[in-house]
Design a protein around this ligand. Structure first.
Ligand code: GH3
Ligand code: MG
Ligand code: MG
Length: 358
């Protein structure tokens, strides 16, 4: 019987070399999803426009002008109403009358611009043509202004120009998000890269220490992978790594962190996970990769992995580097014990010799 209630199928032998490792070779199943991609937020060519004016005639004129151009227009009779609706609705442009009963357009603009939710252009529509009023509007963050009475073509031209800027801004924001995503992903497999792993590992370690929560780590290495490259070529090797990554990702929860550690080596961080649960996950991974042949363009291959598991807290593990080294030592032992198996670093120092599960 192993610690944490995981039962052995055959016998558990005390390992006399005090290495703190045991190996296992048992089974179970499950699945999960990779993190969802972030959707870009391009506004449609036809925009969602908010028109705010306390004068009904002036408001209706702008609304019908914009609707005639196909825009989706919502009209508000006061700045307060706009601000209430603004939390739920997403607008691509706001046209704000300046002189209104209650809250002025300038004040509403100041409030809108203080929110950091991407870029939504605000155009002030003002009957105050004096330069001071215009300067004040622009100073508090308005993006443009139109003087009343306005030419319809001028208003439409300013609306188009603002929407062009809005679209450019959103495209830039989307590609910046995509770049940030790519910066943390491994090119070949789409798993997290080492840089991201190190950052998350540091965070998860701090959290585990502070809240006295367990943190498990599994380190995997594909067995005899060099043979795959040698016998079938590097591109088949790459395809195998991609398929291994897919099966690996499909075997863990969304909250677990799966990274390519280098070459054919992978690391899974399992936050808030005790030893018994970590073993179940490791076994699920081993089975997901090894129980079905990997199909590539030129070959169907049997692929197996060796997995080292370590847990914080456990004896001899008082830093995150020690936790990583413990998993690495356990992986090394799994290789030594014959590959296609799990080895666990723990204080009881058991070597587990499982029943043949084929
Ligand atoms: P073991 O069971 O002891 O792990 O044996 P192994 O052959 O898997 O280990 P070894 O470290 O000798 O070989 C790893 C091989 O992985 C060698 C290297 O060329 C290959 N490799 C590393 N990165 C990539 C990659 O991105 N694509 C491909 N196709 N091969 C890679
Ligand atoms: Mg290997
Ligand atoms: Mg290796």
């Amino acid at each position: 019987m192993l610690q944490g209630g995981v039962s052995t199928k055959r016998d558990a032998t005390l390992n006399g070399d005090a290495s703190g490792l045991y190996t296992a070779n048992t089974l179970s199943v499950a699945s999960s999803r990779p993190p969802p991609p972030r959707a870009p937020s391009n506004p449609p060519a036809l925009a969602r426009v908010a028109v705010v004016d306390d004068d009904r005639l002036a408001r209706d004129r702008v609304v019908s002008l914009l609707r005639a151009r196909g825009h989706q227009v919502t009209a508000f009779e006061s700045a307060t109403r706009l601000l209430e609706a603004y939390k739920q609705a997403a607008f691509d442009l706001v046209l704000l009358d300046v002189v209104m009963e209650g809250m002025s357009g300038v004040e509403a603009c100041r409030i809108l611009k203080a929110r950091e939710e991407g870029f939504v252009p605000v155009v002030l529509v003002t009957s105050r043509a004096d330069p001071d009023a215009r300067v004040e509007g622009l100073r508090i963050g308005a993006d443009d202004y139109v003087c009343k009475p306005f030419e319809e073509e001028e208003l439409l031209a300013r609306v188009s120009s603002m929407l062009r800027i809005k679209r450019a801004f959103d495209q830039l924001a989307a590609s910046r998000n995509r770049m940030a995503e790519l910066a943390v992903l491994d090119d070949l497999t789409g798993l997290y890269n080492v840089r991201y792993l190190q950052q998350r590992f540091a965070e998860e370690w701090k959290r585990a220490e502070r809240h006295r929560e367990p943190l498990a780590i599994a380190m995997l290495d594909v067995d005899h992978f060099k043979l795959v490259n040698d016998q079938h070529g590097h591109d088949v090797g790459d395809a195998v790594l991609r398929e291994v990554s897919t099966r690996l990702k499909g075997s863990v929860r969304d909250t677990d962190v799966v990274a390519r550690y280098g070459g054919e080596e992978f690391v899974v961080l399992l936050p808030s996970t005790q030893l018994a649960a970590a073993l179940v996950v490791a076994e699920r991974i081993r089975k997901a990769i090894g129980s079905r042949r990997v199909e590539t363009a030129r070959a169907r291959l049997d692929v197996t992995t060796s997995i080292g598991v370590a847990l914080y807290p456990s004896r001899g593990v008082s830093s995150k580097d020690q936790l990583l080294r413990a998993a690495d030592a356990a992986l090394y032992r799994a290789k030594e014990e014959g590959r296609d198996r799990i080895c666990v670093h723990q204080e009881q120092m058991y070597v587990f010799l499982p029943e043949d599960d084929s």
